[in-house]
Design a protein around this ligand. Sequence first.
Ligand SMILES: [Zn+2]
Length: 116
Amino acid sequence: MNAGRRVYSTDPAPMCPRCRRLVTACRCKQAPAAKPSDGVVRVARSTKGRNGKGVTVITGVPLTGADLQALGKRLKALCGAGGTVKDGTIEVQGDHRDALVEALAKNGWTVKRVGG
Ligand SMILES: [Zn+2]
């Protein structure tokens, strides 16, 4: 007599977590989003093609345009280092992951330090 409490189990197909369509109707794979944001800001280190000196690469920041530029400027000042902001990614020269993770977390974002 608990019919009203039954859990529905009528999902015929899984849903795409990104666009929330049925995967059969999902277009994410055909046209991937410019920045697939899962709400996590990632702080990584990269040494690719930069004379081994390394840069700290920040991705997933939920800001765009002038806001993102302003954040990049602030973070570079914080680290006393140069860097660039492009394609939704902030790069700061040198390995400043600890300081940047701390600074980004203060915005209330979920921040993950990735890489070794
Ligand atoms: Zn999708």
